[in-house]
Design a protein around this ligand. Structure first.
Ligand SMILES: [Zn+2]
Length: 262
């Protein structure tokens, strides 16, 4: 708030030296019920501003602050963000932070719920507004962890109905951080897992684009499920296989930074 002197502070708004004022303390205390904890009310020399200093024991306040800062570094980013935002006098509401950072409010809400991480650029903007290098440190760590630990899954179904012969066929699609990907984008390790499950993946030429893709093939009639129809498989899986070797899906740092510019 302001620089504490033994019995006075420099007022943070007008810069005038303030003095302890027991009379004002009584009046403001009555009006706002603000200071039942033994804090001291300071009054500006020009008598226009009053400030309540809740904890006039400087040492205690400083220690508390240091403990809190340490805690931010131990919190997950979502909690740390909400904590730092609420503590920030100028930016305590989400909508204000949204206006100042030009990041939509519902995005900030989803960061605070832990549903998604900001891009590096968004993180930088938020931490600049909230003036918190600690928060940036926490965010950078989580963004880097997410980059190097993508969540890769194979969604396998043993009962997809073949569009041609109507018999049940085995099919797969993939998920990277919850985004569906076609078998064409699978790593060698994933293709091996699919083969072990009895899924037939073969290179076929697409009638519409003329390009060849690795696609799900019916074991009974040889018909294939083109990329265009991949969404027919979404959420139809009978088993989800977590892929351990994700090295093929770790994007370059530059690639992510490039994304965050758009
Ligand atoms: Zn078939």
């Amino acid at each position: 708030m302001a620089r504490l002197l033994p019995d006075a502070v420099w007022h943070f708004r007008c810069g005038v030296r303030t003095t302890a004022d027991s009379n004002a303390a009584e009046q403001i205390g009555k009006l706002f019920h603000a200071d039942g904890n033994g804090g001291v009310i300071f009054r500006c020399a020009d008598r226009t501003h009053h400030d309540i200093v809740r904890d006039h024991q400087k040492g205690n306040e400083k220690n508390k602050r240091e403990v809190k800062m340490k805690n931010i570094l131990e919190k997950p980013f979502c909690e740390a963000l909400m904590y730092v935002r609420k503590k920030n006098k100028d930016c305590s509401s989400r909508s204000k932070l949204a206006v100042r950072t030009r990041i939509e409010s519902w995005y900030i809400a989803s960061f605070e719920r832990g549903e998604r991480l900001p891009t590096r650029k968004q993180l930088a903007a938020i931490c600049k507004e909230l003036n918190s290098p600690q928060l940036r440190e926490v965010g950078e760590k989580e963004i880097e962890y997410a980059r190097t630990h993508p969540d890769v899954k194979i969604c396998y179904a043993d009962n997809t109905t073949c569009w041609k012969c109507h018999k049940p066929m085995k099919t797969v699609y993939g998920l990277i951080d919850e985004c569906p990907i076609p078998p064409d984008a699978f790593s060698d390790g994933m293709i091996k897992i699919c083969a072990d499950k009895g899924v037939i993946l073969e290179e076929r030429r697409s009638g519409t684009t003329g390009e060849t893709h690795l696609v799900n093939v019916c074991e009974h009639c040889g018909a294939f499920l083109g990329e265009f129809y991949l969404h027919d498989l979404w959420y139809g899986e009978t088993e989800t296989i977590q892929v351990e070797d994700v090295s093929d899906f770790i994007p370059d740092k530059e690639e992510i930074d490039e994304d965050s510019k758009s």
